[in-house]
Design a protein around this ligand. Structure first.
Ligand code: NIG
Ligand code: FE
Length: 393
């Protein structure tokens, strides 16, 4: 297999406890994997050499929560919110109508556009949920579209009750657990439920996650986003890989997360875009909970593909240090997807890497809004050419 040695790495922030932060480092890529990391002076020879000019290198970001299969636009809803209108789960139905009306080709083109934005900004692994179809056919085709872009596909038929079932929500739960799940399970790795007033309560959520488990799907939960509720407890009880949002938590919720194998995935783009209070990441970290950061990219509550923006918000608004936030956006995301091949730069891991036009990852929060990601590698292939500026020498 061809090998490439990356030299001139001013700081290699591996995100691994074993390798830590290495100064004046190098790494060797062999095919799609990392074969070696260490000081530049002892780097082995390789078929090709790329000098990174003193840049900082870290693992590609792992975005464990994104709703990318949709059509339509909700800019007017955002605009109204910024002058006082509240955010409600009901806005989801606006996107449902537009998504149902869109052909597969349009949906695919839009996912391609969003995933290329993500990759250009350093996200090398992304989860994609369905949830804007809410019929058997539209949920299944949403997942088929998603599957063209990622293996981390999530069935979210339980996003809200489909409008046709507004007066018979129990029948909609039966549909999600029955025919919809049967049609969707072949295209999904995960099942998710929006456990919130106005969406699904704990009993419906439990039934849906249990049905998903019987179909071989791992559990995830949209939990405690808009107000306190049973979502986090349900996620922990069901052994979900992740409880997402975690904005309104009781002490019992934090204790449950600390005692479970469930990651708390925080989505500060949603609080930004709904003008809401941010979750308290400090309280979670101090309690020993594993925290992930993700974009929640969706047209209603968080229309961003920038993990750097989420890192900056987490540092400024949620009590995380820059180092903790970068860890949550890499290793945290990997743990929320139960993956150990991504999220850190260690021998054997996938060669998913980013190079920053900056001396350290702290700059991701210190220089908000600045596009610092200048090089991106996915499975060992360079996706984005480095800028020609020899930035730090
Ligand atoms: O994660 N909470 C539910 N789902 C999305 C919002 C979707 C929408 O408003 O369209 C979220 O914030
Ligand atoms: Fe979401």
């Amino acid at each position: 297999m061809p090998t490439v040695v990356l030299t001139g790495i001013g700081l290699l922030a591996t995100q691994s406890a074993e390798y830590g932060d290495l100064r004046d480092a190098a790494l060797v890529i062999e095919g799609a994997r990392i074969a070696w990391v260490g000081p530049v002076g002892s780097a082995p020879a390789a078929d090709e050499q790329v000098d990174l000019g003193g840049r900082c290198v870290l693992p590609g970001f792992v975005d464990s929560h994104a709703h990318l299969v949709f059509a339509g636009d909700r800019a007017a809803e955002f605009s109204a919110r910024m002058t006082g209108a509240p955010y409600t789960a009901g806005g989801i139905r606006t996107t449902v109508m537009a998504t149902r009306a869109a052909g597969d080709e349009l949906l695919t083109t839009r996912v391609a556009a969003l995933t290329s934005e993500m990759q250009a900004a350093g996200i090398t692994t992304y989860e994609i949920k369905s949830g804007y179809g809410l019929t058997v056919r539209d949920e299944a085709r949403s997942l088929q579209v998603a599957g063209q872009f990622t293996s981390e596909t999530t069935f979210l038929g339980a996003h809200v009750v489909a409008p046709e079932y507004a007066h018979a929500p129990a029948e909609y739960v039966d549909l999600v657990c029955g025919d919809m799940l049967t049609a969707c399970a072949p295209y999904a790795r995960w099942i998710d439920v929006f456990c919130e007033e106005g969406a699904f309560d704990a009993d419906a959520g439990r039934a849906i996650l249990l049905a998903g488990a019987r179909a071989g799907l791992g559990a995830r939960v949209h939990a405690n986003q808009l107000r306190p509720g049973p979502g986090v407890q349900l996620a922990c009880e069901m052994g979900a890989a992740s409880a997402d949002h975690c904005t309104h938590l009781s002490t019992a919720d934090i204790d449950a997360l600390a005692g479970a194998d469930t990651v708390a995935t925080l989505l500060p783009g949603a609080e930004f875009s709904t003008r809401s209070d941010y979750p308290d990441a400090r309280r979670l970290l101090d309690a020993g909970v594993t925290v992930a950061l993700a974009t929640d990219c969706n047209p209603g509550s968080s229309y961003t593909t920038s993990m750097a923006f989420c890192i900056a918000l987490a540092v400024r608004e949620m009590g995380m240090s820059p180092t903790e936030a970068v860890h949550a956006a890499t290793v945290g995301g990997a743990m929320a997807l139960r993956r150990n091949d991504v999220g850190s730069v260690t021998p054997g891991a996938r060669a998913d890497l980013i190079a920053l036009d900056a001396p350290s990852p702290i700059h991701l929060a210190y220089r908000p809004g600045v596009p610092l990601v200048s090089g991106v590698w996915k499975d060992g292939r360079g996706l984005r050419a480095l800028s020609t500026v020899d930035y730090l020498r």
